[in-house]
Ligand binder design. Structure first.
Ligand code: A2H
Length: 257
């Protein structure tokens, strides 16, 4: 981190109608939460999308190719960066349609590309950084310890769900999906790592950092896909391919910062 530009894949997670009340004026348009990820090959394992209740987001006009305009939702900072990367209709300019609080988006029903679950939800994560990526993080609890810890917090703590108006059906049915097998860690490497390093909640910074150190590099360099269509292929070898496919189908765009 901090050394040279980082190439992210922005995954376009569609907000389903009826939109949350604060987005009602956008009804009829194609509106996407854009999640910045370094691991596009894990999108088969999405169970939800993380939004920070404390971050301000903007909905803005974005280019979808062939003159079609979509609406993207991200931090204003990321929107500005996107405008310098050809992702808005006029280079360097951001047409803001709405300013939103994270809480306005929580509980929204979503369609996440490649995910096994046809419908997922926008859920609160308290550790999202405002100064990185888009402030929108897609959740892959099978392979990301932060995601597993935060999802488990919501499952185990009814008071936390209630605080943010999250209904049980937005959380309870969603289990980590086995997508990649990692030597020594099995098919749900993040679950195993959280177990081994005794992560008890999303706020266990030191334990989470140890869990991530243990699985991230290993997952990327030694992980093997178990998703149908990619079975037996090394993660390292399919990442670019999956990213390109998502870009070609309009499910993702590239983003640097
Ligand atoms: B990754 P880097 Cl399965 N705040 O996506 C906190 N975390 C953020 C963020 C923000 N503002 N923006 C992006 N991220 C997360 C998937 C994934 C990711 C897997 C495994 C590893 C992994 C599913 N979540 O990242 O600090 C996103 O989580 C390993 C580093 O910019 C994004 O990719 O290097 C990653 O952190 C970007 O982290």
């Amino acid at each position: 981190e901090g050394v040279g530009p980082q190439e992210y894949t922005l995954v376009k997670i569609r907000i389903l109608e009826p939109f949350p009340p604060k987005l009602a004026s956008l009804s009829g348009r194609s509106v996407f939460l854009v999640a910045a990820t370094l691991r596009p090959e894990t999108m088969f394992g999405q169970t939800n999308c993380w939004i920070s209740p404390g971050i301000v987001y903007v909905a803005y006009e974005a280019c979808a190719g062939d003159g079609i305009q979509h609406v993207f939702v991200s931090t204003r900072r990321a929107a500005r960066n996107a405008s310098h990367q050809g992702l808005t209709p006029r280079p360097g300019e951001v047409d803001v349609l709405l300013e939103l609080c994270g809480t306005d988006l929580l509980g929204a029903a979503l369609h996440a590309p490649l995910a096994r679950y046809p419908k997922v939800y926008a859920l609160p994560m308290l550790t999202i950084r405002e100064d990185k990526g888009t402030g929108v993080v897609t959740s892959v609890p099978s392979d990301a310890p932060d995601d597993f810890a935060a999802l488990r917090d919501l499952k185990n703590k009814p008071a936390l769900r209630e605080k943010f108006g999250i209904a049980d059906h937005m959380v309870v049915p969603f289990e980590p999906v086995p997508i990649i097998t990692v030597p020594d860690f099995g098919n749900l490497s993040a679950v195993e790592a959280c177990d081994r390093f005794k992560v008890t909640s999303q706020n266990d910074r030191d334990q989470l950092s140890a869990a991530k150190d243990a699985v991230y590099l290993k997952g990327f360099y030694e992980g093997v896909m178990i998703v149908s269509g990619y079975e037996g292929k090394k993660v390292e070898d399919v990442k670019k391919d999956i990213r390109q496919k998502m870009v070609a189908t309009g499910d993702a765009v590239l983003y640097w910062e």
